[in-house]
Design a protein around this ligand. Sequence first.
Ligand SMILES: NC(=O)c1ccc[n+]([C@@H]2O[C@H](COP(=O)([O-])OP(=O)(O)OC[C@H]3O[C@@H](n4cnc5c(N)ncnc54)[C@H](OP(=O)(O)O)[C@@H]3O)[C@@H](O)[C@H]2O)c1
Length: 263
Amino acid sequence: MIDLRDKNALVTGASSGIGAAIARRLSKEKCNLFLTGLGEEQLRETKETCEKEGVKVYYKECNFGEFASIDELVKEIKSIGFSIDLYVLNAGISQRDRGFDTDFSIDQRIMQVNYWSSVYLVKQFKDEILTKDNVSMSVTTSLAGLFGFPLRTSYCASKHALFGFFESLDLEYPNVHVTFLIPGRINTPISKSALMGNGDKYAKMDPGQAKGLDVDKAASRAVKAIKRQKHRKLIGKSELLMAYINRYMPWLYYIIANKISPT
Ligand SMILES: NC(=O)c1ccc[n+]([C@@H]2O[C@H](COP(=O)([O-])OP(=O)(O)OC[C@H]3O[C@@H](n4cnc5c(N)ncnc54)[C@H](OP(=O)(O)O)[C@@H]3O)[C@@H](O)[C@H]2O)c1
């Protein structure tokens, strides 16, 4: 079990949903925070809530769709001497269109925000990571990172890719520990910002999403898993059964995945 008191955590996607809830939960553990995301106002709100726990909280808006924006973020983190003990790599964008209805530029954008940005970000801190005794990384993937799912071709691909890169990193460096958070359906506005094939926002709250696990409960389970240095943590409700069905009864997975509502 690791003690997060007085540790420093960088939380990406902290302006909404799971990231904001993890930040609030980490502040209760007395962990100092650097929050980043797209929405400046929401970041400031999360910062103010977390500061009530008496921890230091910094924030900076950053667009993970652009490496130059990530460079600015890294410059700021380094300039204030915020030495990161825990990377919460959580920012992500979803998809709501079939593969051949999705423009290739949108496939690339989803991979950029969900996968390349996290790889690029941690590489900017490689010298610091290599000299620290212990570094934790929490990587928010998805049930859709374990198998395919309709209307999510590139989303699924980006989440599978996170597993490949960060699991290998964990094996390569004894001082780096990676916890994969694997949410099923969590009640957040993720479907509203999901991209359709032409790049427009889907802009609807999926009924399945709205019935998902409460976001604070999800964050509490996530932080418990990070503290216990679990390798993988499934977070959600009965939909998590799909992970076991896919693994042990793949024939049944194909039947269910073809019938289940993807929204
Ligand atoms: N909710 C679920 O059921 C579910 C299930 C499986 C996996 N997940 C994963 O959980 C993570 C968090 O999702 P969520 O449900 O909390 O959704 P959310 O409420 O929409 O939060 C997504 C976060 O990512 C940020 N983000 C999106 N595009 C970005 C960009 N270009 N640059 C920087 N930040 C960007 C968002 O910033 P703004 O809000 O400021 O735009 C927001 O802070 C994602 O990786 C998602 O794939 C969620």
